[in-house]
Structure formats: structure tokens, C-alpha cells
Design a protein around this ligand. Sequence first.
Ligand code: SF4
Length: 371
Amino acid sequence: MKTCKIINRRKSDRIYVGKVPVGNHALISVQSMTNTQTANTLETINQILELQQVGADIVRVSIPSLKAAESFKIIKKKIKIPLIADIHFDYRLALKAIEYGADCLRINPGNIGNQKRISEIITCAKDKNIPIRIGVNAGSLEKDILKKYKEPTPEALVESAMRHIEYFDAFNFNQFKVSVKASNVFLATESYRILAKKITQPLHIGITEAGGLRNGTVKSSIGIALLLLEGIGDTIRISLAANPVEEVKVGYDILKALQIRSRGVNFIACPTCSRQEFDVINTVNQLEKKLEDVSTPIDVSIIGCVVNGIGEAKTATLGVTGSNKKSAFYEDGIRQQKKIKNEEIIEQLEIKIRNKIKKLDELNTFKKNNI
Ligand code: SF4
């Protein structure tokens, strides 16, 4: 994988969410959140498994009631990847979530109540050695802060975060990460920039309530890319009004585009025009679906004709370049003797990609065992 050359990452402290390291130059983890009723244990487990399948490193689950907490207890036993319990208002739910094995809590100390309750949560988290995320959101700033700044501003978000951080400092607790999210890209990014200079803890970054699949992806990509390219951000969550599986896919697509982290098939495909010799769009769509389970990074170019097809195929791991009736196939930049019949491209490419991945995995295992 090529390395992103622009990145000069902010040095942050390291925390662990389960076994996943966050901060201090750890791999940037991709998170999402379930949107099932947590009390519906089976549906929630299935959704977490779907998220895991597409590469989620960490999943957050909201616990709005005691019933949800009891369900979380069962869910936790069935799931291998780390789970964050999302808690608002009721400190007893936080204590329950910790007791039931949460790998991290997400709380807003401002809505938990008095310091005694917060101290109970912190004592319990310390006891179980689990971190907490302080999540500040432009949509739920404290009344006095809003009065002071008139509207959510970067300074207002950071003041809110620092107020919560002081709670944690007072209890000598530093195992936390922080987010200062807004749906406005400029508000969110500027808040993170200011906060990044004030604390050493890892930052969970994202554009909150970004919107539906298309415009939410655009806003998230701009905001997250701006921050990551400035070295800010240790873990990401894309907030979409869509199936959370899409959040994870978009998260990886952002990291792939920035050459920060790669997972699965990176399709290079042309936009198509009247020169295309086979149906590029359908081919890419079908293969994206068929190969969702693939985690090994691999570049595959699918280009409709020779105009750009040869150049792209030469730099991809596998590539197909459209030509009349049968298209040229490239492996590691070398044109293979046998062409692929255009009507068999989807089927043949799937086989070839899976075979190549098998070889790459074997090679990686061999390298690991012989270092
Ligand atoms: Fe059209 Fe060929 Fe360019 Fe694809 S590569 S857009 S088919 S000219």
C-alpha cells in the first residue's frame, strides 16, 4: 500500500477500546453505531455482525433503558469486536454497562448530573480499566455556554469539552478520548483544530448528523479529510441517515482515498462513454456487492476501453481493459495471454480477484512467519 505523504499526525496519548488501540499513531480505526432497538437482542447482534463483516473496528450501542442494558449483557457475550456503550442522563445505566462488559463508554458528563454520579462512573471505569469518550455536540451545548456565545461556535464547543475534561482531571482520570462534532463542516473542523492544541488525549472525529448517503458522505469526506491531512484524528465515525454498514464503507473509502489505510478491493473504474466495450457500471456494482467480504487490500481497474485502460491496468494489481468481444486482462501490470469474453467479465473477474487474494494472503503469512 502506498503511504500518504501529507500526513504529519498529531502525537496523542494511547488508549485501548478492547484490544483496539486508539491514539499515539495507532491505525486510524473505523467506528459505527447500531440503529436497531438495543433491547431487540437478536437484531442488534445481527447488525453488529454485518458491521464487523464490512470492517468496523469498534461498534457503539446505545443503552437508553435497563432493558437495553440487560440486552447489552447478552450481546456482549456474542460479539468479538469492542463495543462502546452510549449513555445519556442515567449514571446507573453506565454502571450497568461497565458491569456487563462494555469496552468503552460514551457519555456527556454535562447530562449525567452531579459530580458524585460522575465520580462513581469514573471509579468504576478505572476499576475495570476501560476508557470513556467525552462527546460534545453542537446540537446539545449547555445553556450557559450557548448564552455566552449566542450560537454554537468552535470556541463554545471547545469550552464545553474542556469543562467536561476538567471533571475527569479532577478525578485523575486520563483514559479518555474526545469529540467535538457539528453538522457544519467548518464549525466541526475548527473546533477540532482548537481542541487538538489544548489536550493530548486521542480525538474521535466526524461530522455529526451529516445527512443522507450522498450529501452525508460528501460532508464527512471533506471534514474528515481536512482534519486527517492536518494530522488530527485517531478514530473516525461517519454519521449518515442510512444503513450503518454504509458508514463503515464510506469510512474506509475516505481512508483509502487518502492512502492512510486500505481494506478490501479498491476499484478503479472509468465513468464510461460510448467507447466502452462492456457494461463497466454494472460490472463494478456487481463486483462491489460480491466482494464485500474481502478484507485484503487489492487494486482492481475496470476500464471500458484502451484510451485509459492500459495505463490503469499497468499500475493496478489486476485490471481489465475493454476491447471488442474479448477484453484484455492484466495481472501485476502484465498483460495476460488469455483474454476474457466480455459477457463473462463479472464471473471471471470475481474468480481471478479471489485467487489473487488467496495468493497475497499466503505470501503475507509466509512473510510474517519468516521475519
Ligand atoms: Fe470512455 Fe474509454 Fe474513457 Fe472509459 S476509458 S470513459 S470507455 S474513453
